[in-house]
Design a protein around this ligand. Structure first.
Ligand SMILES: Cc1cc2nc3c(=O)[nH]c(=O)nc-3n(C[C@H](O)[C@H](O)[C@H](O)COP(=O)(O)OP(=O)(O)OC[C@H]3O[C@@H](n4cnc5c(N)ncnc54)[C@H](O)[C@@H]3O)c2cc1C
Ligand code: SF4
Length: 326
């Protein structure tokens, strides 16, 4: 591993200042993704600025009736928080579906959102990859893409975003609080992560030096009836082949409102807006759930070895909608 300096920032402003005055500096959360990438030579920072004490790790009710989650909150604390479990069960379930207990104890909310793709070519610097070496090509299109994207991909990159937590946050419509060189701002989810287009090296809309300080959940009372379901190749320690986050608001057998996002299918946590629109005002029946899922997935463009994800995503979504409705 390339030698690096270690620094610890005491607050958001000094973290942002530390990154802007030093070239090749990166923020360090729990290090569970970044340090792996440094070992592989994919990330080669000269300086690590530890931000686990620069932002809050508190999880508290926000002024708008939602929940404010400090970026330094550990994944295990988020999943165990009683308000998260009661009011946003899909979020607790999504976090618990990821990694292992030890990793969740280390991983932070800010770092989880910005973890990088698990595409095997991206993690191997001996191979071409437009994401780690722009312009070098995308061997995954012709090679191993079984677990890569079926929707929203480009000729430059077919990677998927790996975070389970981000799928639940996209469904819930969370806001990401950011401190940058120009001051503070919020970025909506979905909207933090970007489709690859012809710049797959950029995973998000964040600018260099931007620090995630918190994630805010809206009040969304009907999220108490929500669920996260993840399909993976092994029962634990495996990333999603396909995942689904759903919150359902029902009245007299009719869908009053809903929030749906899919994971493991795109370069972003995929908010299923077409399915949501189709379901609002529709009877909560298996036929309507299937119709909505088919509508959402009609835009899928799978590659030869991942076409199975289209019916898989549809079936999981229909199943979870049915479970929440019953
Ligand atoms: C074996 C294994 C299995 C896993 N399985 C899963 C899984 O099934 N599902 C899943 O979702 N995840 C899984 N993970 C990934 C894990 O969730 C992430 O590694 C973790 O969430 C990253 O958080 P961190 O705090 O350690 O981030 P770090 O590794 O410290 O940082 C990740 C990135 O975020 C940046 N960063 C960190 N904090 C901030 C901040 N506040 N503002 C701006 N930038 C920041 C860093 O510069 C870096 O680029 C797995 C990891 C491992 C090692
Ligand atoms: S899918 Fe993206 S990350 Fe994977 S090899 Fe292609 S460009 Fe690289």
């Amino acid at each position: 591993m390339k030698p690096f300096d270690y620094q610890r920032a005491a607050d958001p402003r000094s973290a942002v200042a530390a990154l802007s005055r030093q070239s090749e500096a990166m923020y360090l959360g729990g290090g569970t993704n970044l340090v792996d990438l440094m070992r592989l030579g994919v990330a080669t920072p000269a300086v690590l600025v530890d931000v686990t004490r620069a932002t809050s790790d508190a999880i508290e009710e926000s002024s708008g009736g939602g929940l404010l989650i400090g970026a330094a909150a550990r994944n295990s604390d988020l999943a165990a928080h009683p308000v998260v479990r009661r009011r946003y069960p899909m979020l607790a379930q999504a976090v618990l579906a990821g990694a292992s207990g030890q990793i969740r104890n280390m991983a932070t909310v800010g770092g989880n959102l910005l973890q990088r793709t698990r595409c095997s070519y991206f993690q191997d610097i001996a191979k071409p990859c437009n994401k780690h070496r722009p312009g070098s090509g995308c061997p995954a299109r012709e090679g191993d893409h079984r677990n890569l994207a079926i929707i929203g991909h480009s000729s430059s990159c077919v990677a998927t975003h790996p975070s389970d937590m981000a799928v639940a946050l996209a469904a819930l419509g969370a806001s990401v609080h950011v401190e940058g060189v120009e001051g503070t701002r919020t970025v909506p989810m979905p909207g933090l992560h970007r489709l690859p287009g012809d710049e797959p090296e950029r995973d998000t809309v964040l600018e260099p030096g931007d620090l995630i300080t918190a994630v805010e959940l809206p009040a969304l009372p009907f999220a108490a009836r929500s669920r996260y379901r993840k399909v993976r190749d092994r029962a634990s320690f495996a990333f999603a082949v396909v995942s689904v986050a759903v919150a359902l608001d029902l009245a007299d057998g009719v869908v009053r409102d809903c929030r749906i996002a899919l994971g493991g299918v795109a370069h972003v946590p995929w908010r299923a807006t077409l399915a949501e629109s189709a379901l609002r005002g529709a009877p909560a029946t298996a036929e309507e759930f299937t119709r909505a899922a088919d509508l959402e997935l009609a835009g899928a463009r799978p590659l030869p070895d991942n076409a199975f994800k289209v019916p898989l995503a549809r079936n999981v979504l229909v199943r979870v909608l049915g479970e929440l409705a019953s």
